[in-house]
Design a protein around this ligand. Sequence first.
Ligand code: ZN
Ligand code: ZN
Length: 436
Amino acid sequence: MRLLVTSLAAMLVAMPACADSLRNAVLADLPYVQSLYIELHKAPELSFHETRSSARMAEELKKAGFTEVTTGVGGHGVVGVLRNGEGPTLLIRADMDALPVKEQTGLPYASTVTTKDDSGAQVPVMHACGHDIHMSAWVGAARRLAALKDQWKGTLVMVAQPAEERGGGAKAMLDDGLYARFPKPDHVIALHVNAGLPAGSVGVHSGFAMANVDSVDVTVRGIGGHGAYPQTTRDPVVLAAHIVTALQTLVSRNTDPSEPAVVTVGSIHGGTKHNIIPDTVKLQLTVRSYTDEVRENLLSGIKRVAEGEAIAFGLPQDLLPVVEVKDEYTPAVFNTEAQSARLAGVFKARFGENRVVETQPVMGGEDFARYYRADRSLESTLFWLGAVKRATWEEAQKSGKPLPSLHSPFFAPDPQPTLATGIEAMTAAALSVLGR
Ligand code: ZN
Ligand code: ZN
């Protein structure tokens, strides 16, 4: 899986002079895209509320020359179609939503936006996952591909997707007929900014790239009472502690050591006071895996362990823990071998070997996975776009101090080289799929 087959020589032959002319065109258009980026960065919107961002994306597609632009697909989704003769269909996706994070980058264009979230609480909003870079690079690539119609053949489908952060946007667009109402893709490509790679670089990996993500709620039940008379109770706090410990064996003892798996109990709440044994404790888990088999094994294992521990504690059948797998599941991102290896070759030919990193798979999640899951015959690649200011990155390499991660209030992409590389990479990727 780790090997990327690159036929560098073949790529260089296939792309002679256009390398420089594409780069020049991207750089000439960069001020336009960068001002769009600043505008989007200052106006982040929460998942399922991408009203303004989606309107801007539709407007930009029309400006770029797309005549078929549809809004309101699966909520705030936007689909632009550019038909350019016989050939394959390529879908390029960007996500639009931001996060309830208070920006602390100190940038002159930092977000100061606050809004009401779905529970009615007033929250700050920030593009802490770089989806503003994704949208801007997507617009930049759309503008280039519309201008370079004489260099490719086929159909280009530009998708601006809502609600990635809550795992619902891709599903909503597919459920709303993305593959039926619009040309069905043979290839899907997206990029995601990377908070650990320097701006100017890209990262590619073939095979599983990101994880299955499940959220699980466990309600541990007991029989409450006075803290001084534990023998009259069935203490759910002690039971929950046993469950949390026993869950660790699902990964360490029940999963093939060569298969990645994570079971994290991120939240545990129970009780009100020192001397009262409560009757419930609530656990919230994130569960991560790559394959369907490991996922199934972990999810059924959580129920088995929770119930087994409760039985050992003497709880009756009607008081066994309630295990609920939430339906906000995100499937694992799988980068298909042929296309992903080919794109790595395209990037190396264009940027040079030292700007293209073969990234390791991570246990984060991305609902881009769903475009491939909906039809496993298509070719799919999510590649990483380095976003860290070069000097900051070099400093961190030297000092060993960790860089702000995605979702951090301090995450601050270096816009100019990040966007220039992102637009060039995405346009080159598209031309390699649709090239005449
Ligand atoms: Zn994110
Ligand atoms: Zn993201």
